[in-house]
Write a protein that binds this ligand. Structure first.
Ligand code: C2O
Length: 570
């Protein structure tokens, strides 16, 4: 305890910060009750797992620098955990949320209080369940406003509107994935996409399940776009309107204007919509539909919403009479590449792009599909009678039975994981050429150990095994710079020459080009166990995931503190 004069100084310092400073951090408290709720969509009612009975779930709003405390109570039969997608969790890895990676899931009747500070981040992120397919209905926006007194690096919008894309199954999504894992085949595809939980007028009875964005002429709206769909990249466009992209994954970018955008599962994008001063019509259609290049089936529906200039209550115009926005073809890989190549970090004095110029450790990860043998006495519906699997460097990740971070912290990591995740493919091959005959994966729980403060480069190389496909790759606990991307096989002699080390986009989720590669760099400045995976939920279920173990640094503020006392047990 300090002496009383010291305390008096401390108290007056706190007061002056409260009254004059910008750094008066606030604690935002939330309570998440995970419970069942009946919801009607596409003419039928089903009971879904929700937070507080809401679909999509409630939004969290905080400012940069705030502490956020969320008490999550599980009232459903399923085990659950919540991930705060994109939050750095600096030295708070116990609250990151992926089940069996940083925590055991919260069991029925139990609770866990997530408690973390938002450091050096502002923008749109989101939260979602991180176990099985529960995130289909357990997700919502996580909005980080600039610190008090700070402003956006663009004109202040008239209004801000979260726009969440989702995917709706008439069937129970847990039954969908468990059946697929049982048979080894692809899961049944969704019945509709949704905008803010609404499928639009695709079914006869669903016209009033249409998202409507009501706007005034001549104003600027900030749309906070979130792709919470389970398995699909989406194109999105608003008829006769362009938008200006200003942020990706809660990081400012150099603004650019586009009439169509593409957003991969896990990604978030802030766009400015300038409404027309004298609109020729009062209602415009917005539409989203998938970008897909794989070999399997997919939900081929388009979800429509409306941009309405007129006051509510007027008669609903039939979408049939309105102009539908033009979207690229379903397999429009060149449109996707052109769009994603336009992203650049803002790289201003206030928001610099601290791209690692030197690389301490290089890695090369192949990402793609593969197969597991069909068990005896069973017929399987996967490729050639096998079971679908997916892998990184041919390792298909198997969830451990205790969370890796817990076991590591208690010195028991050796019981649940091995530290021999391959840094390079075990057997190099022509990754994007004709697929090899042997598509079998190796199943295991392997992590990659890296010291604190290592600069890392990873080449993410798509494979054409069972079909080339784009993979939205997400890293927990860090952002990364996308220093390069291209098609075909990465060429280590030629391709690094064109890396952008000045203002590459920084994000937490990157679409690895279908039949191509992406090069990312980051610094391991956050001790803990960090999941990295494809954000297509079906690929996650098939094992397209791995974990980094970032060791503590030497200094006290470079170490992960001990776990909280209410950390769930397995
Ligand atoms: Cu948004 Cu590990 O995921």
């Amino acid at each position: 305890m300090s002496s009383s004069p010291g305390s008096a100084i401390a108290v007056s310092l706190v007061f002056s910060l409260l009254f004059f400073g910008h750094s008066a951090a606030v604690t935002r408290n939330y309570k998440f009750d995970i419970r069942l709720q009946n919801v009607t969509r596409l003419c039928s009612t089903k009971s879904i797992i929700t937070v507080n009975g809401k679909f999509p779930g409630p939004r969290i709003v905080a400012r940069e620098g705030d502490r956020v405390v969320i008490k999550v109570v599980n009232h459903v039969p399923n085990n659950a955990s919540i991930h705060w997608h994109g939050i750095r969790q600096l030295r708070s890895g116990w609250y990151d949320g992926p089940s069996y990676i940083t925590q055991c899931p919260i069991q029925t009747g139990q609770s866990y209080t997530y408690n973390f500070s938002i450091i050096g981040q502002r923008g749109t992120l989101w939260w979602h369940a991180h176990i099985s397919w529960l995130r289909a209905t357990l997700h919502g926006p996580f909005i980080i406003l600039p610190a008090k007194g700070a402003s956006y690096p663009f004109p202040k919008p008239h209004r801000e509107v979260p726009v969440i894309f989702g995917e709706w199954w008439k069937a129970d999504t847990e039954a969908v994935i468990s059946q697929a894992l049982q048979t080894g085949g692809g899961p049944n595809v969704s019945d509709s996409y949704t905008i803010n939980g609404l499928p639009g007028p695709s079914a006869n009875c669903s016209a009033n399940e249409t998202f409507k964005l009501r706007v005034k002429p001549g104003k600027t709206y900030l749309l906070r776009l979130i792709n919470a769909a389970l398995n699909d990249d989406l194109f999105f466009s608003i008829a006769n309107h362009t938008v200006t992209i200003v942020e990706a994954d809660a990081l400012y970018v150099k603004p650019f204007t586009t009439d169509v955008l593409v957003i991969a599962p896990g990604q978030t994008t802030n766009v400015l919509l300038h409404t027309k001063l004298n609109p020729t019509k009062m209602t415009f259609v917005m539409a989203a539909r998938p970008y897909f290049t794989g070999q399997g089936t997919f939900d081929n529906n388009t979800v429509f919403g409306l941009l309405e200039y007129k006051t509510p209550g007027a008669s609903n115009p039939s979408i049939l009479n309105l102009q539908i926005p033009t979207l690229p073809p379903i397999n429009g890989t060149s449109a996707v590449a052109n769009f994603s190549n336009r992203f650049r970090s803002l790289a201003s004095a206030q928001f610099p792009a601290n791209v690692p110029q030197q690389v301490d450790k290089k890695f090369f990860f192949t990402v793609g599909l593969g197969s597991n043998p069909c068990p005896k006495n069973q017929t399987c519906q996967g490729p050639n009678g096998s079971k679908f699997a997916a892998s990184i460097n041919n390792i298909s990740f198997v969830n451990p039975t205790i969370a890796i971070l817990q076991s590591y912290f208690s010195g028991q990591a050796g019981k649940v994981v091995t530290t021999n995740f391959p840094a390079f493919p075990l057997i190099p091959f022509n990754y994007t050429g004709p697929p090899p005959n042997n598509t079998l994966v190796i199943n295991g729980t392997k992590v990659l150990v890296v010291p604190f403060n290592t600069t890392v480069e990873v080449i993410l190389q798509d494979t054409s095994i069972l079909g080339a496909e784009s993979h939205p790759f997400h890293l927990h606990g860090h952002n990364f710079f996308v220093v390069g991307q291209g098609f075909g096989n990465f060429d280590p002699n030629k391709d690094p020459q064109s890396f952008n080390l000045v203002d590459p986009v920084e994000r937490n989720t990157i679409g690895v080009p279908s039949g191509g590669w992406a090069a990312i760099r980051f610094r391991t400045d956050n001790p803990g166990v960090w999941f990295m995976h494809c954000h297509f939920e079906v690929h996650l279920s098939w094992g397209l995931k791995m974990a980094w173990l970032v060791l503590d640094g030497e200094l006290p503020n470079q170490k992960l503190p001990p776990p909280p006392s209410d950390l769930p047990k397995c």
